[in-house]
Design a binder for this molecule. Structure first.
Ligand code: SF4
Length: 371
């Protein structure tokens, strides 16, 4: 069953009070929060909707101010993503080419050999990546998979890279195992609003997502959670998506914002092909990035899938609106990505540099602990 505002609150929402005093009144022309200010988890949907409704330049200006108050605006974090187990996933996510329910031609593979993953991580480090993200197309990892996963986390971390994994749903025991191995981040996207979620996925519920995020947070692993826009959802759904993330008891440290890459053979790819909804409007995408930045000031907001089809100008607007993390490399799991050469040229053109400092929500470099 999915969550909506009239259903019982999830464990993630426990302790969320009404009328929190930390809530900045962004819907009105009032002062913006300062760096290091209290994290506000009391946003209402109306307030977030009002952000989306602001004149575009006003919204981007406010987002840029929040960004500068909390981050070094010229720095962008570089992450590398590797699929460590591709295809054959039993889930039916309507956007995903790796689902067994899709007719996308993606072949199922086994979990990559540990040494191969470590070799790819070393290459990513040489190419300047700070974080190595690894994805497996599973509903959830089996307990028999955990020893290899633990070995991978320990090996990548020993190289001085931050580690991130996305393996599907986790039990609290599995989350604890990953935490013990030193996993820095766990990615588990909420994808969309609670209401739209059940229209794109039927094999698990929105609450399942929130439960795994709760297990990850309870284990002490930093949370990476975002979603996809351009799946045929309404603006109200985009508001609900940002609202869910911004009202978690603690904001995710990383918030990936993807633009749907419609793949032939997937439910959404086939449904949206040749319709005006096949590509999210660029301005609406930037608005979503800006709303994420304003409501979650200290999180890293990551431009993820769909970036390769954005113009340089749109990407520049996203950086202005507070995006400060990207995936590098030619491929994102199975989707195409902008590629290192294109990114290098864009960074030079925009005067951006790779993130050298610390992330605001992770002030101490946990990688040192592994060395
Ligand atoms: S998005 Fe993840 S869980 Fe959903 S079908 Fe694809 S690999 Fe499976």
């Amino acid at each position: 069953m999915s969550v909506n505002e009239t259903q019982s609150p999830s464990r993630l929402r426990e302790g969320l009070g009404e009328g929190l005093s930390c809530r900045p009144k962004h819907a009105l022309p009032q002062p913006l929060p300062q760096a290091g200010g209290e994290m506000c988890t009391g946003w209402t949907r109306e307030e977030i909707a009002a952000l989306f409704e602001l004149p575009f330049t006003e919204l981007v200006f406010r987002a840029a101010e929040v960004h500068r108050a909390n981050h070094r605006a010229g720095e962008v974090q570089l992450c590398t993503l590797l699929s460590i187990k591709t295809g054959g996933c039993p889930e039916d996510c309507g956007y995903c080419a790796q689902s067994v329910h899709a007719d996308s031609g993606v072949e199922a593979t086994k979990l990559l050999d540990v040494q191969e993953v470590l070799q790819r991580a070393a290459q990513a480090k040489d190419a300047g990546s700070q974080r190595f993200c690894m994805g497996a197309a599973w509903r959830n990892p089996k307990d028999r998979d955990m020893p290899a996963i633990v070995e991978i986390v320990e090996g990548v971390r020993a190289m001085g890279l931050e580690t991130c994994m996305t393996l599907g749903m986790l039990t609290s025991r599995q989350a604890d195992q990953l935490a013990e191995a030193g996993l820095d981040y766990y990615n588990h996207n909420i994808d969309s609003s609670p209401e739209y979620y059940e229209r794109i996925i039927t094999t698990r519920s929105f609450q399942d997502r929130l439960d795994t995020l709760g297990n990850v947070r309870a284990a002490g692993i930093a949370v990476c959670s975002g979603g996809i826009v351009g799946m045929g959802e309404t603006r109200e759904d985009r508001v609900g998506f940002i609202h869910t993330l911004a009202t978690l008891p603690q904001h995710p440290e990383s918030v990936p914002v993807n633009a749907l890459v419609p793949v032939k053979g997937t439910v959404l790819g086939d449904m949206l092909a040749d319709t005006p909804l096949a590509k999210i409007d660029d301005i609406e995408f930037v608005r979503t990035v800006a709303a994420a930045r304003i409501t979650m000031p200290r999180s890293m907001v990551r431009l993820s899938a769909g970036r390769e089809s954005m113009s340089e100008a749109t990407q520049a607007l996203c950086f202005l609106a507070g995006a400060n993390s990207i995936f590098t490399g030619d491929k994102l799991l199975t989707a195409p990505n902008a590629g290192d050469d294109a990114d290098g040229a864009l960074f030079a053109k925009l005067g951006l540099v790779p993130l050298a400092g610390e992330e605001p929500m992770r002030p101490h470099d946990s990688r040192e602990a592994a060395e």
